[in-house]
Structure formats: structure tokens, C-alpha cells
Design a protein around this ligand. Structure first.
Ligand SMILES: *Cc1c(COP(=O)(O)O)cnc(C)c1O
Length: 239
């Protein structure tokens, strides 16, 4: 069972890495220009441990409780705590400090209200917490979109993160809207990323692209892709 799962994950991971390299080459970028974060939400600690054994260095979770439980479970299975854990989900302000207790990177900061809690939670960390500002990529005027700060609100939010003790501004993150043109959405993200980088030269991460649209994201300058189902298979349906 586990050996079979390991084979499946290895094959999927090879295929995703090949897609990433091909997209880099097609975009005229170095083959290793883009880092992979495997989004492991809903999948067990045993899968995460297998992925780590296959060379995956960074994993992503979108629920505080799940990430907080899974990290020590994976460390116990591996006998060491050597993965980078990214939080990529919607964040409630009353959970922000707690997320800073286990995540190494928080990619989904979309309002100033989260900054104080993250900063407070980061005070106990040996290293600063890396924070990305999540940018809404909905077309202007869209009604009920996905999470993210409106592009015009991003500079002030980025500044607030950059000034907060214990936090380091790493760049921006975006999720292409369902049903829209991902290339157009990622082009918008690229513009916002440039604006942020003008004020904060070190904030050079652009986290964009998932299983279905990583090629478009890489063409538009993504430095990090977040891939779940293409590596792990379809997520279990929650009843
Ligand atoms: C689940 C998730 C992903 C991965 O999505 P797939 O389509 O399974 O690759 C990436 N980013 C975020 C923010 C997610 O919640």
C-alpha cells in the first residue's frame, strides 16, 4: 500500500517537475527559476513524509488546525523537522498568532488586521516569519471573488508587514479566478509584484500557479508554484 503510494507520488512529482522545467524553458527562464510548494491539505502526514523523502522541501496547508497537527506528525515519522510549511488559506485574525507558531511562510495575508497577530505570534520564533501579501486577481468590479487585497490596497498592506517586528515581507501571492483567463490574471499579479518590489527590493517572491495553470503563471513571472492535486491526486470530498 505505502510502497504503491510512494510510486504514485514519485511519478506525479516527476511529471509536475517536468512541466515546471518545460514552462521555464518556454518562457526563456532558467530551468530552476521556479520553486515548488506541494499543497498537502486533506492528505495524511504519511503522504507528506513520502513527499519529503522524494525531495520535496516545502508544503502548503490551508487550515490552521490541520497544519498545526500535521507538522509534528510528519516530523515524528521522519525523525526530523526539515520541511518548510506554508500557510496558504483564508486566515481569521483570532488565529493569526497561532499560525505564526507553526508556519514558516504565510502566503495569504490580505488585510492589515492580520499583521498585529502574526507579529505577536512571531515574537517567539527563532527566525522571522516570511509573509506574502495575497492579491485579488478578480477583474475590477467583480462581485464575489476569491480572497485577496485589492491591488490598490496592496502597497499600504505591504508597508505594514514590512514594518512589523518578527515579519519579513517576501512578496505577493495570487489565485487566478475561476472561469477567467489565467494569463490575464497573472499579468495583473506581475504588475502588482513590480510595484511592491519598487518599494521593497527584497520582496521578490511571486507565488502563483496551481495544478491547472502553472504554465501560465510561470510565463507571467511566478517564482513559486503551489501544486496539490497534480501531485497527490484528487482531494477527498468533504461531506
Ligand atoms: C489547494 C490550493 C492549491 C493547490 O491547488 P491544486 O489545484 O490542487 O493544485 C494552491 N493554492 C491554494 C491557495 C490552495 O488553496
Amino acid at each position: 500500500m505505502s510502497a504503491e503510494r510512494a510510486d504514485d507520488l514519485a511519478a506525479n512529482l516527476r511529471a509536475v517537475r517536468a512541466r515546471i522545467s518545460a514552462a521555464c524553458v518556454a518562457a526563456g527562464r532558467p530551468e530552476d527559476a521556479v520553486s515548488l510548494t506541494v499543497v498537502t491539505k486533506f492528505f495524511p502526514a504519511s503522504d507528506v513524509a513520502l513527499l519529503a523523502g522524494l525531495g520535496v522541501a516545502a508544503v502548503g496547508e490551508n487550515k490552521h488546525q490541520e497544519g498545526q497537527d500535521k507538522r509534528p506528525a510528519v516530523a515524528a515519522l521522519r525523525g526530523r523537522d526539515d520541511l518548510r510549511w506554508h500557510f496558504v488559506g483564508g486566515l481569521q485574525s483570532n488565529k493569526a498568532a497561532a499560525v505564526a507558531g507553526w508556519a514558516d511562510v504565510v502566503e495569504s495575508v490580505d488585510r492589515v488586521k492580520l499583521v498585529r497577530g502574526l507579529s505577536r505570534g512571531a515574537a517567539d520564533r527563532p527566525e522571522p516569519l516570511l509573509v506574502l501579501v495575497q492579491v485579488s486577481l478578480d477583474p475590477p468590479g467583480a462581485a464575489d471573488g476569491r480572497a485577496g487585497a485589492r491591488p490598490e490596497d496592496v502597497p499600504a498592506l505591504a508597508e505594514s508587514v514590512a514594518l512589523a517586528p518578527g515579519l519579513v515581507l517576501g512578496g505577493v501571492m495570487g489565485v487566478a479566478p475561476l472561469g477567467g483567463d489565467p494569463a490575464e490574471a497573472f499579468a495583473r499579479l506581475h504588475e502588482v509584484a513590480e510595484t511592491v518590489r519598487r518599494d521593497h527590493p527584497g520582496a521578490d517572491r511571486v507565488s502563483a500557479g496551481m495544478s491547472g495553470d502553472l504554465e501560465e503563471a510561470i510565463a507571467a513571472g511566478a517564482t513559486h508554484v503551489r501544486v496539490g492535486s497534480a501531485v497527490l491526486g484528487p482531494r477527498p470530498v468533504v461531506q
